[in-house]
Design a binder for this molecule. Structure first.
Ligand SMILES: Cc1ncc(COP(=O)(O)O)c(C=O)c1O
Length: 421
């Protein structure tokens, strides 16, 4: 047979295409649990858990609390973000370790729980509550009357609502004004509105100016230099502080609350030199349990401390797709990480599988909140009654989906911490 130059070139091209395909073919990432998750599995089996459970590793939580304390030092007060840590014993543990009684709450229910449990609670609303909600709280809760509640006001209209409420009840209300420092999620953004709000507060015998709240997670999310964004945020913040000082005169409080930050940015504030910020306190919650949305360079010294554990109900050594015979096999031929099918108890949470390594959601089968299919390679040894671990992408809302949190001390599950219902 005569091999022409053309055929040679064609053959060469096909070989390199095959080589390219081989490079694209996913490799087998399957394995058993790491030592850490094997230990956690044993603790779960010993505790005879049977249902999907949220686990907090107390040593890792304490590591994160220590990082936060070290970073914040004496420069700022620390405020716990309740929606990201929605459990009284969890908050109590953090309050004990940080010696803080400051809480940021986002709804009536959480506010009531906090003031019922923490006698000395100092509560700042993290989002404005309709004045009707504030009215109900003040009517219902005897604690609310004596507690330090800092109501958040974001606009001239809401200020009017709170002024009327205070007037009606003949009760002094402390108002913290939300300012827009660049996030553009509402709050005062016009100097004129802000100055006239100060005037309304000053002229009412029932309103007290408490301070400001300016939240700024965009600093680490938008392109550009974080330090420059922080400077920009603080310039805006400081200009509102100056307006408040000049607008209120003698009515400017002795100890104002100038709240800022959240998990993604608290370390940037904490790293500023003396005199660079007039903010008085930093809020943070999520970073203490570090869900995966918080895998940020600004939180490098925090570690994941919360996991979802769910039992394997069914472990099949194949993958089948309904209605398309052979497709599962073909997918598994291409991607060995789709060879086995583990059906877990529940699923479809805001979370990603983390152990054993090499777990994959099937790209075709679909998700399920009842029995979720997670694929793995044959190198994954999990069988029925073993446990799969996932890492929540966020703690807010997710923590409340599993009943009491199980607390892991590195050896055993030692406590159960109820979550807010
Ligand atoms: C006003 C405010 N402050 C702080 C935070 C930070 O919470 P975390 O530290 O859990 O991100 C949030 C989160 O949404 C917020 O809305």
């Amino acid at each position: 047979m005569k091999i022409t130059r053309r055929k040679l070139i064609q053959g060469g091209l096909s070989l390199s295409a095959l080589g390219g395909l081989a490079l694209l073919k996913p490799s087998d990432l399957g394995a058993g649990h790491s030592q850490y998750f094997e230990g956690l599995s044993q603790a779960i089996k010993q505790a005879e858990l049977t249902r999907p459970t949220l686990i907090i590793d107390k040593q890792k939580l304490d590591h994160n609390i220590a990082s936060l304390k070290r970073r914040i030092g004496q420069s700022y007060d620390y405020r716990m973000v309740v929606k990201s840590l929605p459990s009284i014993p969890l908050l109590q543990h953090i309050a004990n370790q940080t010696s803080s009684q400051r809480f940021m709450v986002f709804n009536e229910q959480f506010l009531l729980k906090i003031i019922e449990h923490f006698e000395r609670a100092d509560v700042l609303l993290g989002k404005p509550l309709p004045a009707l909600g504030a009215k109900k709280i003040l009517e219902q809760s005897s604690q609310a009357k004596g507690s330090a509640i800092r109501w958040l006001v974001d606009s001239p209209e809401r200020l009017e609502n709170y002024r009327d409420l205070a007037q009606q009840r003949q009760q002094v209300l402390r108002l913290n004004l939300e300012i827009d420092v660049g996030l553009h999620r509402g709050g005062f953004s016009s100097e004129a509105d802000f100055v006239s709000a100060l005037g309304v507060i000053k002229s009412s015998p029932f309103l007290e100016f408490d301070g400001l709240m300016g939240y700024e997670p965009h600093i680490v999310k938008i392109p550009g230099d974080e330090k420059a964004h922080l400077t920009d945020v603080l310039d805006r913040y400081h200009s509102y502080i100056d307006l408040a000082k000049s607008g209120l005169g003698e009515a400017f409080p002795q100890r104002p609350i100038f709240n800022t930050a959240g998990s993604p940015t608290y370390q940037l504030h904490a790293g500023l030199g003396a005199g660079q910020s007039q903010c008085t306190e930093l809020s943070a919650g999520s970073c203490l349990v570090k869900p995966s949305d918080f895998d940020l360079p600004s939180l490098d010294d925090h570690v994941p401390a919360a996991f979802i554990a769910t039992p394997v109900l069914k472990a099949l050594d194949k993958t089948e797709i309904p209605g398309v015979p052979g497709l599962g096999k073909l997918m598994a031929w291409w991607n060995p990480n789709l060879q086995r099918s583990l059906f877990t108890y529940g699923g479809n949470w805001k979370a990603t599988p983390v152990s054993p390594q090499g777990l994959r959601y099937n790209p075709v089968y679909g998700r399920s909140s009842n029995q979720e299919m997670i694929n793995s390679s044959h190198a994954n040894p999990l069988a029925m009654n073993d446990w799969v671990f996932l890492r929540p992408t966020q703690s807010e809302a997710v923590f409340q989906q599993f009943g009491d949190i199980a607390v892991y001390d590195g050896d055993l599950l030692t406590e159960r911490w109820p979550v807010f219902s």
